[in-house]
Write a protein that binds this ligand. Structure first.
Ligand SMILES: CC(C)(COP(=O)(O)OP(=O)(O)OC[C@H]1O[C@@H](n2cnc3c(N)ncnc32)[C@H](O)[C@@H]1OP(=O)(O)O)[C@@H](O)C(=O)NCCC(=O)NCCS
Length: 161
């Protein structure tokens, strides 16, 4: 797990935006009234930790969490400014819906949101699948960023009873 640096001022064109739109998937900033539904989805599909980061993203106005939706069903999400200012993530797509461009469409929508918020660079924090980011973006691994800000973080333990 390392952090990546991405330039926001010359983001490339992404094919995924049009591709997912044509498939009826809407990628948009979440609305405050959707907070409970979105956070429950994040916890159910991913983790309590990501739910907590999503809750911080809902604490900003405008909120800093984007969602992918089709026919009233949530398919994925992406956040920024959840654990640190200028950080992209976490992000995730429903396992059954991966490989269709939804992750990329969420990534570009959120990075554009960061640019509009005034950032020139984004840090993609604690990256798992580096290749996903390298596919479309020129990313730079930040030396010494493992374990980065997540070092020493409390993690859930199994109950002893
Ligand atoms: C990473 C994730 C969000 C990608 O979502 P997705 O909707 O499957 O991604 P896309 O369909 O937009 O993929 C875009 C491109 O990246 C590639 N890609 C997607 N996930 C990848 C991965 N884990 N490793 C390498 N390449 C990946 C795709 O093959 C595609 O390339 P192509 O267009 O050349 O075929 C999704 O796999 C996920 O939710 N993973 C679990 C959570 C996670 O790891 N989040 C990131 C934390 S840093």
């Amino acid at each position: 797990m390392t952090d990546l640096l991405v330039r926001l001022y010359d983001l490339p064109e992404f094919e995924a935006e049009a591709k997912v739109r044509a498939a009826g998937v809407v990628v948009r900033r979440a609305l405050a009234p959707e907070r409970q539904i979105v956070l429950d989805w994040v916890a159910g599909h991913f983790s309590a930790g990501w739910r907590s980061e999503g809750a911080v993203a809902f604490g900003h106005l405008p909120v800093t969490i984007w969602i992918a939706v089709r026919n009233g069903e949530m398919l994925g999400f992406a956040c920024h400014d959840a654990t640190a200012k200028g950080f992209f993530g976490p992000t995730g797509v429903d396992e059954a819906m991966r490989g269709q461009g939804i992750g990329e469409a969420l990534l570009i929508a959120t990075l554009k949101g960061m640019r509009e918020a005034g950032y020139s660079y984004a840090v993609i924090g604690g990256v798992g699948p580096i290749e996903f980011y390298r596919r479309r973006l020129e990313v730079f691994e930040i030396p010494g960023s493992t374990p980065g800000i997540y070092g020493g973080m409390l993690r859930p333990k199994a109950k002893s009873e």
